[in-house]
Write a protein that binds this ligand. Structure first.
Ligand SMILES: Nc1ncnc2c1ncn2[C@@H]1O[C@H](COP(=O)(O)OP(=O)(O)OP(=O)(O)O)[C@@H](O)[C@H]1O
Length: 258
């Protein structure tokens, strides 16, 4: 659990005439345990903002604070899950999770115990000794989630984590994430292209506008929890989804006439 503050953050890529401002004056605070999704037209800077919070890139101005303390590069207080499965192919499923724990200073016995606990949490105890290439996409992503949670980060940063999965698996993963979030009480910043997914999972949705990326609108998701898929049929769900989509569409380039 942690509060995340992003204050007046600017980010550009390139130098001189090639310099391109990608994010301008981003202000956003996530409260303890809050689940916030970032949506917006392709290229508006969602992934860039996530990598800044992860400490994987520097920014030009502003502050990013976890519980009031400026971040200084990547840290164990922030777990990251990307769309592409970042598992090490030469290590078993269990060793992939242990790897992060050993790097975090655990001895091998506790790394094994914690890895097994987290593989059980995501329902993968049976495949602890398998190799990543023996797993489906959804299972690989469950390993990535187990690994990111295993060292008990206070904030979970997820960049299109289910973007490469088929619709059924994606939905299963959304349920799993909701369950994990409810039991672990994590602060989550979640990037997605899928507005339905954002409404289903989030407490708030932040729509970024483009060129340069800026906070265009923030939507409160006032839907009861716990949620199941029947909520997607409710009038409140549909109305909010449409509202968010309309906001994003304003930034999308028009299709050529044909
Ligand atoms: N390393 C980089 N060097 C130069 N430009 C970059 C780099 N990474 C991203 N960009 C540019 O910054 C802008 C924002 O990219 P980013 O990937 O953050 O957007 P996004 O909203 O996540 O896009 P998408 O939804 O398509 O994943 C884009 O114009 C992209 O081309």
């Amino acid at each position: 659990m942690a509060e995340l503050t992003i204050a007046g953050v600017d980010k550009s890529y390139g130098h001189g005439e090639q310099r391109k401002q990608v994010l301008e004056q981003i202000d956003l605070t996530l409260g303890d345990n809050e689940f916030v999704s970032l949506v917006g037209a392709s290229g508006c800077g969602k992934s860039t903002l996530l990598t800044l919070v992860a400490g994987l890139q520097t920014f030009d101005g502003g502050d990013i604070l976890v519980d009031g303390k400026p971040i200084d590069g990547p840290g164990l207080d922030r777990g990251v899950v990307f769309q592409s499965y970042t598992l090490l192919p030469w290590k078993s499923v269990r060793a992939n999770v242990e790897f992060a724990l050993l790097a975090a200073g655990n001895d091998s016995a506790s790394a094994r115990r914690i890895a097994d606990e987290h593989l059980a949490l995501v329902g993968l105890s049976q495949v602890a000794n398998a190799w990543p290439n023996q797993l489906s996409g959804g299972m690989k992503q469950r390993v990535a989630i187990a690994r990111a949670l295993s060292y008990k980060p206070r904030i979970l940063l997820m960049d299109e984590p289910f973007g490469a999965l088929d619709a059924m698996t994606r939905h299963q993963m959304q349920l799993l994430l909701t369950r994990v979030w409810e039991s672990h009480r994590l602060t989550v910043l979640f990037v997605t292209h899928d507005v339905e997914e954002a409404v289903y999972l989030s407490d708030r949705i932040v729509a970024l506008g483009a060129n340069p990326g800026h906070v265009k609108a923030i939507f409160d998701v006032d839907l009861p929890r716990p949620r199941d898929e029947t909520i997607m049929e409710s009038a409140a769900f549909t109305a909010l989804k449409r509202h968010v989509l309309d906001t994003i569409r304003e930034d999308m380039p028009a299709l050529p006439a044909f």
